[in-house]
Design a protein around this ligand. Structure first.
Ligand SMILES: Cc1cc2nc3c(=O)[nH]c(=O)nc-3n(C[C@H](O)[C@H](O)[C@H](O)COP(=O)(O)OP(=O)(O)OC[C@H]3O[C@@H](n4cnc5c(N)ncnc54)[C@H](O)[C@@H]3O)c2cc1C
Length: 438
């Protein structure tokens, strides 16, 4: 049987982009010259475009870019991007490790452009079917649909899923399809249209107590003078994220070995202990700005914007005149009704999109728990399947983030293709030479 691709990547966000780069550099170091492709449902490369809020910055050092931790001499480092754009010196003068998210999106798009001939944009992958020879799994057939409704089928020996998260919606909003209710992933673009339709005052509720909720709350209260906003969060207060140096070590790629080696119970305990590095927490400076805004409201005796802390949305009723939120106080169970014209759900993402996609592999799939190299256990198979970005339970909190992309992609490439084989010694020599030249 002739297989077209050595591997096929589903999704082309930072995870699979880092993989494309690592694959190219692996082959330059004397590895195989593989045929690979990526299918991405967006029409063009874009990184969380719905959250490109003016002034928002990265929450990770630019040194944890697509390549530096694996190969600082790569063409695809953030520093080389700056050099090529003619902004390296200006960036140094800004004196920050945390570029604007807008700039990081530009960096990622710049890198993605080099892989245009491997990437099929505007294709939504809908199913994965097994390719069998005498009962043995030899590859997969990936079925996708483009914007025109046309179905495409591609065969590959191996598969790498890098699909990111799926917007998560609180139970009270389940099954409600109303254009006035949007997820944070759609915020930029949708909110402007929604509010532009309204000449008069508009009431907006932001649900959530994490970084995205806080950024949206600040943006909506500062950019739209006609908006009265409310923030609804389950926690008692907005809490700061812990990015202190000892704690930050849990995001080192080398920490993954330690986490992976632990028992399920130990790992769950560790994830819960360090949740405040990433979930339901906010940059301290942003918390301080929001507090200051509330303080000025009090001073001016004009308390338009509100914060409903320790509260959750118990019920949602929509009508032509607005959206009624029944808010339940989590301390005493009391409820109150808050009426708004628009709701933004900054309520995070689930990361189980691979479950339905891989269901077609049936008995060949032993479990959905990956090994240390992100590879799923398949029975009677020559084919390999890898997961990127949805292995938090086994590989730790860094898995859904950018911290480990560069190193993880090398691990996946070497698991698929082995160490560079052509002239491995020369390859390594070249890597060392390039690195020391930096
Ligand atoms: C607003 C925001 C800011 C963030 N900032 C940071 C930060 O500063 N630092 C940090 O470390 N992390 C940050 N994160 C975490 C984020 O998960 C990572 O930045 C990064 O996006 C992970 O890359 P990924 O490729 O795994 O997933 P994604 O970026 O989500 O990319 C997955 C891609 O797969 C595509 N896809 C999904 N399903 C299919 C399908 N069926 N068919 C075809 N294509 C599909 C999607 O369209 C998407 O382009 C942030 C997240 C958000 C939401």
């Amino acid at each position: 049987m002739s297989l077209v691709y050595d591997y096929l990547g589903v999704g082309f966000g930072p995870s699979n982009l880092a993989l494309a780069i690592a694959t190219q550099e692996h082959s330059e170091l004397g590895g195989a010259q593989p045929r690979v492709c990526f299918l991405e449902k967006k029409p063009a490369f874009n990184w969380h475009e719905g959250m490109l809020i003016d002034g928002s910055t990265m929450q990770i050092s630019f040194l944890k870019d697509l390549a530096t931790l694996r190969n600082p001499a790569s063409r695809y480092t953030f520093v080389n991007y700056l050099k090529e754009q003619g902004r390296l010196e200006d960036f140094i003068n800004i004196q920050t490790f945390f570029p604007a998210r807008e700039e990081y999106n530009d960096y990622l798009s710049w890198a993605a452009a080099d892989f245009r001939d491997q990437t099929f944009y505007g294709e939504d992958v809908q199913a994965v079917e097994p390719l069998l020879e005498d009962g043995k799994l030899t590859g997969v057939e990936v079925i996708s649909q483009d914007g025109a409704g046309q179905t495409h089928r591609r065969k590959a020996r191996n598969l790498v899923l890098g699909m990111g998260g799926k917007p998560q919606v609180p139970a009270a909003f389940d099954g409600i399809d109303d254009p006035r209710i949007l997820h944070s992933s759609q915020y930029r673009g949708r909110i402007e249209t929604l509010l532009a339709d309204r000449g008069r005052k508009a009431r907006v509720a932001v649900i959530g107590g994490g970084q995205s909720a806080a950024e949206i709350f600040e943006d909506v209260t500062s950019r739209f003078p006609q908006v009265d906003a409310a923030m609804v969060l389950r926690g008692i207060a907005l809490k700061p994220s812990d990015d202190s140096p000892f704690v930050n070590e849990i995001f080192n790629p080398s920490f993954i070995d330690r986490i992976f080696a632990q028992s399920d119970e130990q790992r769950a305990q560790l994830l819960s202990e360090f949740r405040n590095t990433n979930y339901s927490v906010v940059d301290l400076e942003l918390i301080e700005r929001i507090y200051q805004m509330f303080y000025l409201q009090k001073l001016r005796k004009n308390e338009r914007h509100k914060m409903f802390a320790h509260s959750e949305v118990a019920e949602v009723n929509t009508s032509d005149t607005g959206i009624e939120l029944v808010l339940r106080n989590r301390a005493d169970g009391s409820t109150q009704v808050h009426k708004v014209d628009a709701v933004v759900l900054a309520t995070g993402y689930s990361r189980d999109q691979h479950h339905p996609l891989l269901a077609g592999l049936g008995d060949h799939l032993e479990s959905l728990s990956p090994d240390r190299h992100y590879r799923l256990n398949l029975t009677n198979s020559d084919s390999k399947i890898y997961l990127q970005g949805c292995c938090e339970n086994s590989h730790g909190l860094s898995d859904t983030l950018l911290s480990v992309l560069a190193v993880r992609s090398q691990e996946v490439v070497e698991s698929v293709f082995g160490q560079p084989v052509g002239d491995a010694a020369a390859g390594e020599e070249q890597r060392v030479r390039l690195t020391s030249a930096l």
